[in-house]
Structures are given as C-alpha cells and as structure tokens.
Design a protein around this ligand. Structure first.
Ligand code: PMP
Length: 363
C-alpha cells in the first residue's frame, strides 16, 4: 500500500494529486433540481421517431470524425457565421479542456470573474496553469470593471472565460463590458453561452468583429444533457489549431444522430424553454415572498437565492430529507455564503420545492 502510494506520488503531477474529483451527488429518488437540466423529456411520438432514426447507427463503425452533417445543422440552427470554424466537444467541458491543453507553457494564465462555473478553475489547475479569479461586484454580481482592467493588465491572461449568463449567479454581464474586455485582452476571450436559450442574448453575431472571440455553446441545458454535445465557434485559424488536439471520434454516433434529430425537432425544445421561462418567473416571485430570502434575478434556467436569517446548510439538508435536491453553494463560502441554487423544474416540482422550503423556513 505504502509502495503504491509512493509510486503514485512519484509519477503524477502535484497539481493532479492536489485536486478533488468533481463531485456529483447521487440523485436517485430525488426531485432533481440541482444541475440545470431541462426537466422535460420528449413526447412519446418524438421518442418513437428518434428510436427509428437510431436504426441508422452502425455500432461496428467509427462515427463520422468531422461530424459533417451535425455541423451543418448546428450552423443553420444557431446562426454560426459562414466564415467561422466549429469545434465539437463531448460537452462544453471538453472544449474548455481542449483550449487550455493547447496553451503554450506553464506560465500561461487563465482568468475569470468569480464566482463562476467551477470547471474553468478546475481544468486550469489540473493542467498546472495559473488561474486568476476576479471577484464579481458584491451586490449584483456584475463585472467589476476596474478590477478586471487591472488584473488583465497585470497578468496578461492567455484566456479569459466569461459565462454569459453566469453560473451560479444567473445574470448576464453587461455586453459593453464584455466588448471592452475583448478589446483590451491580450489573448483569447471565451464567451460561454451555455444558458443562451434562456437569455436570448449572444455574441455569435459579433464573431467577425473580434478575432480573439470564441463563442462556446452546449445543448445540455436545452434538454440534451445525456447526449453530451458542446461546440465552439471562432476564427477558423484558431479552431483549426484546437482541432488538432481534439481526440478523433469524440462525438459518438448515437450523439451525432440524436442531436441532428433534436435540432430538426427544435420547435418542441423551444416550447419547453418557453414553459421554463414562465415557470422561472413564477418561482422567482414565490421565492421573493418568503421571509428572509433574497432572490437574484436570473437570465438562465436556475435561480440563486440567499438565506438572510437561516443556516443554508441546515435548509439544504432539510430539503434533501424532503426528497428535493438543489445545489448548496453556501459550502463553497466567500461571496456565496448563505446561497442556494435551484434549477427551474416542472410546475409540480417547483411547487414541491417551494412548499418544503417554506415549511423549513417556518420551523
Ligand atoms: N458552462 C457553464 C457556464 C455551465 O454552467 C456548464 C454546466 N454546468 C457547462 C459549461 C458545461 O456544460 P456541458 O459540459 O454539459 O456542455
């Protein structure tokens, strides 16, 4: 055992040894409102059509390595400019990893406002890259532009990640602030539009304006989380380089066929988004009525709220005991002290959550 431990320590990079694995709680049996999934599956007739389409799959053959057909559909569905290149990922997590793996040297710095999506820091750390987190403004989680300018100037980051809208805070940063960051950044700026379906704002149409802009998207939050498909659009010269380190066949055949199918049927997904947006408004209003709860406005499919008078760990546990799983951000400390995040579920799920929360706060 000791020999094994010393072998592990002698062979692996210290930054890997120092990491904790990304923890995903067991959610079986819970009302699952922790992971920003679309709560709706597909209607039965659409599932039948999908399964019929999957008959095209040839499991004995490798998938199309270039995802040719899928790329064409994505371009059309998301208005990717003709001149831009597209990189496909096994979720956008993989795209973040590909970008960071390609950076030159150990002294490359990665910067993002924080709190934000934890994988930017996690992947940078796993690769031994320096990560600079610039605190968002305390009261409204907007970009702190004087701090951003100063940190960009000092650290000259190779890559800046901006989640638009941001996770876990749910807000859209000011688009003029992002444009300024694009102008002053010495390196790449990745605008991560994971939640764009719920925000209706995008930097995709501005790709031609900035040759250091990469726009990253995922289909996870739109209802395809189980298929794992992310993509990134940007100047072809960048995408061609990143594509060299993408593993061949990273998008499997079932995902390619299923995503093409889902894009053909995207009216169904769009009507689910409309329901989620209506329910987000309702959930926001109901949360705002609860005593001792501060709710943050959201442009995504989840809502961040802060408990002003209750212990957030206790409330999180009580909700779990009641069969409802949300995300405890209080435990990550700092600016998120007292904060919990709930994904917008079906109306029934939202109601179960609200009832359990109101009971816990009253007890
Ligand atoms: N970006 C942001 C801002 C996210 O919140 C998430 C998922 N939580 C991702 C990217 C990753 O999504 P996926 O790997 O499922 O595409």
């Amino acid at each position: 055992m000791t020999d094994l431990q010393s072998m592990i320590r002698s062979l692996l990079r210290p930054e890997v040894l120092a990491l904790s694995a990304y923890h995903v709680p067991d959610s079986s049996g819970y009302v699952k409102l922790d992971a920003m999934e679309n709560p709706y599956s597909w209607p039965d007739d659409m599932v039948d059509e999908w399964l019929a389409r999957l008959r095209e799959a040839r499991p004995n053959r490798y998938p199309d390595p270039s995802c040719g057909r899928l790329k064409a559909r994505l371009r059309e569905a998301y208005g990717v400019p003709e001149a831009a290149g597209l990189l496909m990922g096994n979720g956008s997590d993989e795209i973040i990893q590909i970008i960071l793996m390609a950076l030159k040297g150990r002294d490359a710095t990665v910067l993002a406002p924080e709190p934000t999506f934890v994988m930017y820091r996690q992947i940078a750390s796993s690769l031994g890259l320096e990560f600079i987190g610039v605190p968002l403004r305390g009261e409204d989680f907007a970009l702190d532009m004087p701090a951003m300018r100063a940190m960009i100037e000092t650290h000259r980051p190779a890559v800046i990640f901006l989640a638009y809208p941001n996770n876990p805070t749910g807000n859209l940063f000011d688009s003029e602030d992002i444009a300024e960051i694009l102008r002053i950044a010495p390196g790449l700026v990745v605008v991560d539009e994971a939640y764009t379906a719920y925000a209706g704002r995008s930097f995709m149409p501005r790709l031609a304006e900035f040759d250091n802009l990469l726009v990253m998207r995922t289909l996870s939050k739109l209802g395809l989380a189980g298929l794992r498909l992310g993509f990134m659009a940007g100047a072809k010269a960048w995408i061609d380089e990143f594509d060299k380190i993408r593993l061949p066949y990273n998008i499997n055949t079932l995902t390619q066929i299923s995503t093409e199918f889902a894009l053909e049927k995207r009216k169904v997904l769009e009507s689910q988004v409309e329901s989620i947006l209506r329910d987000r408004q309702h959930l926001y209003e109901e949360l705002a009525r609860l005593p001792g709860v501060h709710v943050y406005r959201s442009d995504a499919n989840f809502i961040l709220f802060r408990l002003l008078r209750h212990d957030a760990d206790h409330v999180f546990r009580k909700l779990k005991d009641a069969g409802i799983l949300i995300k405890n951000l209080h435990s990550s400390g700092g600016r998120l002290a007292g904060c919990l995040r709930v994904t917008v579920g079906t109306p029934e799920e939202n109601q179960r959550f609200l009832t359990a929360l109101a009971e816990t706060l009253a007890s």
